[in-house]
Design a protein around this ligand. Structure first.
Ligand code: ADP
Length: 462
């Protein structure tokens, strides 16, 4: 198959979140499975020529290569993309985001014709690329070059929809008849993710459970109705994890390497983490780790309510994260009260993240909703037992044989699950078994890529 991956961020070129990990890793896995894949993304300021071996194709198109021979095409536009950040600056969202990403979508389709790439599938990700299926089925419908192309839309987090005022609709160059509540309109605004949902051949999210949850009022962020209408074409495929980066056997950041078959080195990583974090270096105290955006979505509302009770249990807690100011302040206050229990790091720090995944006994991830989640997949690989709320990708990857799960999103339930984990930690033999079960889990990209290939086949049959 000939596949085009369209995403506004792709590892290693630009990243603000999990979308970039997926858009970077999926093409590599597809290439391994013999699929012909190219990537098209905007060229931001940070994508520098020397760093990424970039060559020029046209005055406004450059390219690089990843994997064996995956071409990554960059759409350049001085006004729209030559900026420090991807979507926001200190004042919030860039005011011209609709113009920027509508331009990206149109230029992408033109480029395919210019390079004569006769795609079977265009796989678009999130709202930034969601206009591509719309243009294909409207503006480009009479052009034979595009006739047989099918589209797949992946929703990485339905909380981010690309909403713009109605007044901006004419900039899309589409007929006003599309500004309709069955199509692009959403309570008087333009909704680009909704546009993608309506016009794509097939839709998926990043875990089977999340694909069901988003069809409910509780998790659908207002799009549950339109999704329910497209239920027949809505699927869930779990993200994979890049084991070339996240592997305790080869991890360069951690004090001692270890493997699923021999987890012995892990206790030294715990000691190292305790030392770095200024916590008493005791092996018998369970060490909990958190690596997360500090946001309500990640469970910080119930965690904040439960924190006093948690700190009075026999445990240690390392927190690494940045996010909402509210939680920065709250956690800073709490640390003053429990300096021997909590070690707080309000920053983005890849090295410390690796050390936390390796050195903790338990990884705390009580997300309120979680499309897929990478933290629990990483912690499993490092034999660090995840403790999660039963939602989305967490429900699909954590079970009683490899972790702890609570079923109601309440602080009491969270505390109870932590107490259960503390109790289990005392039985060293059982705990060792749990660690082995965790470390043996396999969430590689190979499996996910096979799922996507099946999805592409479904789209082609449509
Ligand atoms: P998100 O919804 O934020 O994308 P995921 O669990 O899918 O959540 O992925 C988050 C990724 O970002 C993980 O690889 C995690 O280790 C990393 N991460 C989050 N916060 C930090 C931080 N402060 N420092 C280092 N890495 C972080």
């Amino acid at each position: 198959m000939k596949i085009v991956i369209c995403a506004s961020e792709v590892v290693p070129f630009a990243k603000t979140g999990g979308l970039a990990d997926v858009a970077g890793a999926l093409p590599l896995a597809l290439e391994e499975q013999g699929q012909g894949t190219i990537i098209i993304m905007p060229r931001y300021k940070a994508i520098q020529e020397a760093k990424f071996k970039i060559s020029r194709l046209r005055p406004d198109i450059s390219y690089s290569t990843i994997g064996r021979s995956i071409k990554v095409y960059f759409i350049e536009n001085e006004k729209y993309f030559n900026r420090d950040n991807l979507y926001t600056d200190k004042n919030g969202d860039y005011p011209d985001n609709l113009d920027r990403f509508a331009y990206y979508c149109r230029r992408t389709l033109e480029l395919l014709k210019e390079i004569n790439f006769k795609a079977d599938i265009i796989h678009v990700h999130d709202w930034q690329a969601a206009l591509i299926p719309v243009y294909l089925k409207t503006t480009y419908t009479d052009d034979p070059f595009y006739k047989s192309i099918k589209t797949v839309l992946t929703i990485h987090n339905i909380g981010y929809q690309g909403l713009f005022p109605k007044e901006e609709f004419p900039k899309l160059g589409l007929d006003w008849s599309l500004f309709d509540m069955e199509k692009l309109e959403f309570f008087g605004k333009v909704n680009l993710l909704k546009a993608g949902i309506v016009f794509s051949d097939v839709i998926n999210t990043v875990s089977p459970t999340y694909s069901k949850e988003i069809q409910t009022k509780e998790f659908g962020f207002g799009l549950e109705g339109i999704l329910a209408k497209r239920k027949k074409y809505l699927f869930g495929i779990l993200n994979g994890l890049d084991y070339s980066i996240w592997n305790p056997e080869t991890d360069k950041f951690i004090a001692v390497n270890f493997s699923a078959t021999d987890l012995n080195g892990k206790s030294k990583d715990k000691k190292d983490l305790q030392k770095i974090c200024n916590l008493p270096a005791k092996s018998d105290i369970p060490l909990f780790g958190i690596v997360s955006r500090l946001a309500e979505q990640k469970g910080f509302d119930i965690l904040a309510q439960a924190i006093d009770a948690i700190c009075n249990l026999n445990l240690q807690l390392v927190i690494l994260g940045t996010g909402d100011l509210k939680y920065h302040l709250l956690l800073t206050d709490i640390v003053k009260k429990y300096p021997k229990v909590i070690s707080l790091h309000l920053k983005f720090d890849d090295c410390l993240a690796h050390k936390i995944y390796a050195g903790s006994d338990i990884f705390l991830m009580p997300s309120k909703y979680e499309p897929c989640g990478l933290g629990q997949l990483i912690s499993l690989k490092y034999g660090t037992i995840p403790l999660v709320f039963k939602t989305g990708g967490l429900a699909d990857t954590v079970n009683k044989d490899n972790g702890f799960i609570f079923q109601q999103y309440k602080k009491e339930e969270l505390i109870k699950a932590i107490k259960d984990a503390l109790q289990a930690f005392k039985d060293r033999k059982q705990w060792g078994k749990l660690m082995q079960n965790a470390a043996r889990c396999n969430f590689s990209w190979d499996e996910s890529a096979k799922g996507y290939i099946q999805l592409y086949e479904k789209a082609r049959q449509k």
